[in-house]
Write a protein that binds this ligand. Structure first.
Ligand code: DAH
Length: 345
């Protein structure tokens, strides 16, 4: 292209550069004009046909045009960059005044809520709230609780044993924490422990291979009677079910670590299909086990001479299900969001 034509086109080029809206188009135009085989670059090659002043003025005019184009390109590039940044900022700002579409923020599972409630209740009453390991030895899970090897009670526990570790198992109940507590701290002691327990049970509406137990123990050198146990259980159950009073009865039962041992029932009635715990109830509901601490248990914990105590063990899931009208234990371990939202807090 002749110099005259180039000069005529300059305005048009600069204008069109200023109208470019993408980096890609800008690069393309740059190549077409001042790239290796661009119009301006090619024009420079004509310089060699000139000489003297003519060459000088041709060169100057061409350089001037080139620098005007370069300036226009770099200005436009800057403009595009600024635009890009402001677009990014605009798109990425979080408008905290927008209404929330999904108002679900998650919450505490009903079992967690119940564990915390029970913990707080007993902490407020001066009990120790203790934990024990879920992987136990058969000494703490059985022997020390007066369940020696070959005792039939071992069979009924459907224990999960750890294959490569001798005499090691997943605890079948929280009663092991009684042993750990008395071995470590001696008596007098007032404690509860809430935790996971495991049994090789098929999962169905009322069984789960993992469930929680609440274990309680009160032991002293001073006489403790079944009357104390009864009063404690009434207090706990009234608190748990949030009722004024609970009528309970003991049915004789057998636990090797208690003497005597009993099953605890409470009075209830059904109204509109709902279970209501009330002393006026006409039916009995089975809640858990309890008893007076067996002398062998004290002995196994290194406690000699006269000692007295009561203990109880309740299934947490059962209590939670009764209180909340839940009929299938599997719901407690499912991930149905509607269920979790309904019972969550
Ligand atoms: N450990 C028993 C069970 O899992 C429950 C139990 C019964 C605990 C009587 C106690 C007790 O502390 O005294 O079936």
């Amino acid at each position: 292209m002749a110099l005259i034509e180039i000069e005529k086109n300059l305005d048009h080029w600069v204008k069109s550069i200023m109208g470019i809206t993408s980096f890609q188009d800008l690069e393309k135009t740059k190549a077409e004009l001042i790239g290796k085989s661009g119009v301006i670059t090619s024009a420079f090659r004509l310089l060699k046909d000139f000489s003297g002043d003519e060459k000088k003025s041709f060169g100057e005019r061409l350089n001037n045009i080139k620098s005007q184009i370069e300036t226009a390109i770099s200005l436009q590039k800057k403009k595009l960059e600024e635009y890009e940044i402001s677009e990014k900022l605009r798109n990425e700002t979080l408008d905290i005044t927008l209404p929330v579409e999904n108002s679900s923020f998650g919450g505490l599972h009903i079992l967690t809520q119940s564990i915390r409630r029970i913990r707080n209740h007993y902490l407020a009453r001066g009990f120790l709230v203790l934990d024990g390991p879920e992987v136990e030895t058969d000494f703490f899970n059985f022997d020390a609780l007066n369940i020696p090897e070959h005792h039939p009670a071992r069979q009924s526990h459907d224990t999960f044993y750890l294959e490569r570790f001798n005499k090691t198992l997943l605890r079948t109940h929280t009663s092991c924490v009684q042993i750990r507590t008395m071995k470590e701290r001696g008596i007098p002691v007032r404690m509860i422990s809430i935790g996971k327990t495991y049994r090789n049970d098929q999962l169905d509406a009322t069984h789960s291979p993992m469930f929680h137990q609440i274990e309680g123990l009160v032991a002293d050198r001073k006489p403790i009677t079944i009357g104390h146990l009864k009063s404690e259980l009434k207090k706990f159950l009234a608190f748990f079910f949030e009722v004024e009073d609970v009528a309970i009865r003991f049915r004789p039962s057998f636990f090797p670590f208690t003497e005597p041992g009993m099953e605890v029932d409470c009075r209830y009635t059904k109204k509109d299909g709902k279970l209501i715990i009330t002393p006026e109830g006409d039916k009995w509901l089975e809640l858990g086990g309890a008893g007076m601490v067996h002398p062998n248990v004290f002995k196994n914990c290194g406690i000699e001479n006269e000692a007295f105590g009561f203990a109880f063990g309740f299934g947490l899931e059962r209590l939670v299900m009764l209180k909340n009208g839940i009929t299938d234990i599997r719901n407690l371990f499912d991930t149905d969001r509607r269920w979790l939202e309904y019972y969550g807090q």
